[in-house]
Design a protein around this ligand. Sequence first.
Ligand SMILES: C[S@@+](CC[C@H](N)C(=O)[O-])C[C@H]1O[C@@H](n2cnc3c(N)ncnc32)[C@H](O)[C@@H]1O
Length: 206
Amino acid sequence: MWKIQLSLRQRSKPSSKKYISSESQYQKAPEIAFDGIPETEWKQLLLSVFKHSIRLLKPGGLIAVFTDWRRLEKMASLMAQAGLPPKGVVVWDKTAGSRPVKGGFNLQTEFILWGRKGSGAPELYAHGVITPATLTKRQHLTQKPVKVIEHLLKVVPKGGKILDPFAGVATTGVACLKNGYSFTSVEVVPEYFEIGCRRLKELENN
Ligand SMILES: C[S@@+](CC[C@H](N)C(=O)[O-])C[C@H]1O[C@@H](n2cnc3c(N)ncnc32)[C@H](O)[C@@H]1O
């Protein structure tokens, strides 16, 4: 894993207030870097990360970007601006992990925009809806279940190399290690980086 250090910016609302529904749940979680930065800076950061990621991607390689419904359109347009317009969207049904909305519908879905660089797509197929997968132990405010990442890996040939520039507690790394992929993860918050390293070490030792 790589460790990069960037200065944290002013955020409008702490991540701990945004991603959990009760004060008692996971109260002491470290803040997520760059969460809540002004829209223009958010766009610049993502555009730059997308451009570099696409540059590193092999022909036929896959890009997959998580987003909620509010930013779905913006995220798709940033991918296009960076040179790789999405080919489709995968829906993750979070069911048990979803947040209730008073007078409305649970915030139950998350989206994964995906695209491929040029031609050379592999002869692999997967469902466009990821059925419920829950966390057994939460160590990050927006941690993904390993099974969700494993679903995305179904369309990546075995032995492929994966880059996760926003690694959190290294869920992508865990999924890669379990399924025969190599990977590079980048996480700027030291606490999350350390937890990620621990998860990977535990997996290697078992
Ligand atoms: C949505 S979370 C990823 C959660 C991850 N999928 C997991 O299951 O743990 C995004 C992560 O990216 C980190 N991050 C944000 N901006 C970053 C940057 N510029 N460089 C590296 N990491 C960054 C945040 O601290 C956060 O932990």
